[in-house]
Design a protein around this ligand. Structure first.
Ligand code: A3P
Length: 322
């Protein structure tokens, strides 16, 4: 499939030779670079992005690890920032009704900087530019850290993220190689060898930074968004500098955005049932259940406890729990 193909630069080929490598979840390999594990395609994108991406102060960058709610966050942020242009959320020309959020908010390392010979001109985009990435804090392009651009980090209970990733990887794996075994994936996840893992280190990098620079990094949890979506969306609006006015609240714009971006609404749209992303993945694989605690349906009590123990050890002392 197209999403597994990569045309590597000489620099990336040479680097890969020197990096630890393990079997990937979807097809090819994971390479360990700057402390995290990357699919080959992401590593190529990471190198180009580190070299070429110039963040602007007005930029907004959405950061997640795969399967922690990226699609939802992209939809919400897009609807939030473009709300003036599409005032009436029910009219049929809202882009989210006909386009999957991933085609509206591109990933730096997976979409924008993935073709080795093509460095796109991002100056043509209207402000504020909205991008996404799965990169851990240490590996963000320098200009992202040094500019005043805003970072919104969303994480999710690692147990649910793992289960979501396991299902997702199995759907994306070429039929010829069959499904991943749950036990094998679980073991690699616990050892941090999942795409962009170790997950706890990914979370911790952004958590620490968000405590140091709360005006730069907003730290969100999927679970909080499920419980109090209105509060989170309003805080998000404030953080990115476009708070809702009293009049907008009165007109029901906040609820309009939440309904537009809800799992039920997005997952039932024709485009997300039958469409495909520009780079070939079927839109429907991004919508499964969208619930909190679904890992209970798949993990044994022992597996559950194992992740809880790791999370407590790695994140508990920093005040982070799921
Ligand atoms: P599950 O597999 O647990 O259902 P990502 O967007 O980072 O790839 O994460 C995908 C996960 O988010 C999947 O979780 C998916 O169902 C869920 N999801 C997708 N859209 C959502 C939405 N609008 N609201 C809540 N959850 C959503």
């Amino acid at each position: 499939p197209k999403y597994l193909q990569v045309d590597l630069t000489q620099e990336c080929k040479e680097l890969i030779h020197t990096l630890p490598k393990v079997k990937g979840w979807i097809g090819n390999h994971l390479h360990q670079y700057e402390g995290f594990w990357y699919p080959t395609r992401s590593l190529q994108g990471l190198l180009t992005c580190q070299k070429h991406f110039q963040a602007l102060d007005a930029d907004i960058l959405l950061v997640t690890i795969p399967k922690s709610g990226t699609t939802w966050l992209k939809a919400l942020a897009f609807a939030l920032l473009n709300r003036k242009r599409y005032e009436d959320m029910h009219i049929h020309d809202h882009p989210l009704l006909t386009t999957n959020p991933h085609d509206l908010v591109p990933f730096l390392e997976l979409n924008i900087y993935v073709e080795k010979d093509r460095i796109p001109d991002l100056n043509l985009l209207s402000s504020p530019r909205l991008f996404a990435t799965h990169l851990p804090y240490v590996s963000l392009p320098k200009s992202v850290k040094e500019s005043n651009c805003k970072i919104v980090y969303l994480c999710r209970d690692p147990k649910d993220t793992f289960v979501s990733m396991w299902h997702f990887a199995n759907k994306l794996r070429p039929e010829s190689i069959g499904a991943n075994s749950l036990e094998e994936c679980f073991d690699t996840f616990c050892r941090g060898m999942n795409p962009y893992g170790p997950y706890w280190d990914h979370i911790l990098g952004y958590w620490k930074e968000s405590l140091e620079r709360p005006e730069k990094i907003m730290f969100l949890k999927f679970e909080d968004m499920k419980i109090e979506p209105t509060i989170v969306l309003k805080k998000l609006a404030e953080f990115v500098g476009c708070s809702f006015s009293k009049e907008e609240e009165y007109k029901g714009i906040v609820d309009g955005i939440l309904n537009l971006c809800s799992f039920d609404n997005l997952s039932n749209l024709q485009v997300n049932k039958t469409g495909k992303l520009r780079f070939g993945v079927e839109n429907k694989v991004y919508f499964r259940r969208g619930e909190v605690g679904d890992s209970k349906n798949l993990l044994t009590v022992e597996m559950n406890e194992m992740i809880n123990t790791i999370v407590e050890k790695k994140l508990g002392e920093h005040g982070l729990r799921f």
